[in-house]
Design a protein around this ligand. Structure first.
Ligand code: NAD
Ligand code: MG
Length: 400
């Protein structure tokens, strides 16, 4: 029998991280957890370390890492605790690691995810922000270092499952007319438009079909999530924007579709359970048990499809425009969105101010060719600064 594959889970304590470990735990003969990482959640990471006994645990925050090391000294002395971005990057590239689950949220995931690609790992990509920021560089690293790139985002994983077996990342598959990304429309799909600007973080995070981290939940409510996914799809499948379409599908049963030139349309269906795409990527090219329940089509009954309203989801057009502009524009879009979403979650700005903040940053920041990581990170920082200026003006307007 083959030795178990070593896996690093970046962002182990988050929604995708926990689902990944749930699938991994079902297959102790196939996978061995080599490293786990988290931002600040010491308790949760300690619990995971005791259960999975990785060789390494890494925390971004140095104080948190110290507390983790103190906790593990007695009960799991074999776990070596690292800290900082350097620690995350180190565990993404370890020699004993075959698979890296990239499940850190936001731009913070870029460096370790890129490291995994540069080390030729099987990269299970949940962290779409990394690809949005650095699409060309990231895809080049995947090709140059013969990494295997498997999307975890349910839509892109669905598309992958509907493509021919010989598809290679970033190259347009022959015979494809278009890719259709489905979107639930989030919790505000039918809310009267005049109520939208003042919805609360709790309402925005109450997704009708999926349980996810708070940032992606807000992104689903604004549909910036689908905007980021549009960009992600163009890079992953080597398609121009015109060949990627977004369709609202409130039931979240069809996770996406591929239409071929002969008019055939293939779809992937399943319950909205992230363990399905995770198990697909872990088992690929085979199939393994995920723990997800069978989809009962008779209970689902009817499937609906609609066009997204542009007035309700302005972030979708902002993302498409940024992709059309190219260069560092998607990195600017992503950075401004991260700042705006955090400010909304912290109750500093209303929901309605999110797209305005992103638009402001896109207008204020110069776009450059995204030819190096340094340039991308510079424009990411410039966009964060612009978004913060916009937020400060917004807060002054509210308190006046
Ligand atoms: P989450 O907020 O639940 O978890 C995020 C993880 O990243 C946690 O382990 C956290 O400790 C870590 N983290 C947060 N900030 C960090 C930082 N600055 N540096 C290092 N680590 C940090 O998020 P999630 O819902 O699991 O999403 C993770 C990624 O997967 C996101 O990019 C999201 O877009 C993508 N994704 C999630 C889902 C889903 O169903 N949750 C679906 C598709 C794609
Ligand atoms: Mg998705």
């Amino acid at each position: 029998m083959n030795r178990p594959a070593g896996i690093t889970v970046l962002g182990a304590t988050g929604s995708i991280g926990v689902n990944t470990l749930d699938v991994v735990a079902r297959h102790p003969d196939r996978f061995r957890v080599e490293a786990l990482t988290a931002n600040t959640s010491v308790d949760k990471l300690a619990e995971q370390c005791l259960r999975f006994r990785p060789r390494y645990a890494a925390m971004v925050d140095a104080d948190a890492a110290q507390r983790l090391a103190d906790r593990l000294r007695q009960d799991a002395p074999g776990v070596q605790v690292l800290h900082g971005t350097a620690g995350l990057v180190q565990v993404a590239g370890l020699a004993g690691v075959d698979y890296v689950m990239a499940a850190i949220v936001g731009a913070a995931g870029l460096l370790p995810t890129l490291e995994a690609a540069r080390r030729g790992k099987r990269v299970l990509l949940a962290n779409k922000e990394a690809l949005v920021m650095s699409g060309a560089l990231f895809m080049q690293a995947v090709r140059e270092h013969a990494a295997t790139l498997l999307p975890i985002d349910s839509e892109h994983n669905a598309v992958l499952q509907c493509l021919p077996d010989d598809y290679s990342p970033g190259r347009a598959p022959p015979g494809v007319r278009q890719v259709l990304l489905t979107a639930s429309g989030g919790p505000f799909r039918t809310l009267p438009l005049d109520k939208l600007p003042n919805v609360t973080p709790e309402q925005a995070c109450a997704h009708p079909n999926w349980v996810m981290g708070r940032k992606i939940s807000v992104d689903s409510a604004t549909m910036m999530n689908k905007g980021l996914e549009l960009i992600e799809a163009c890079w992953l499948f080597g398609l121009p924007l015109e060949q990627v379409r977004v369709v609202l599908h409130p039931q979240s049963i069809i996770h996406s579709l591929v239409e071929y030139t002969d008019g055939s349309m293939l779809a992937q269906l399943g319950n909205p359970d992230m363990r399905i795409p995770i198990a697909h990527a872990l088992g690929w090219p085979g199939r393994i048990e995920s723990g997800a329940a069978s989809l009962d089509l008779l209970t689902v009954g009817a499937l609906q499809f609609e066009a997204p309203e542009s007035a309700r989801y302005p972030c979708l057009a902002l993302a498409a425009d940024a992709m059309r502009t190219g260069g560092t524009a998607p990195a600017i879009l992503n950075a401004a969105n991260e700042v705006a979403v955090q400010a909304f979650l912290d109750r500093q700005i209303p929901f309605g101010a999110i797209p305005a903040t992103i638009r402001y940053a896109l207008e204020q920041c110069s776009v450059h060719a995204a030819t190096s990581l340094e340039l991308i990170l510079e424009d990411d920082a410039a966009a964060r600064a612009a978004a913060r200026r916009c937020l400060a003006a917004e807060r002054r307007a509210v308190t006046r």
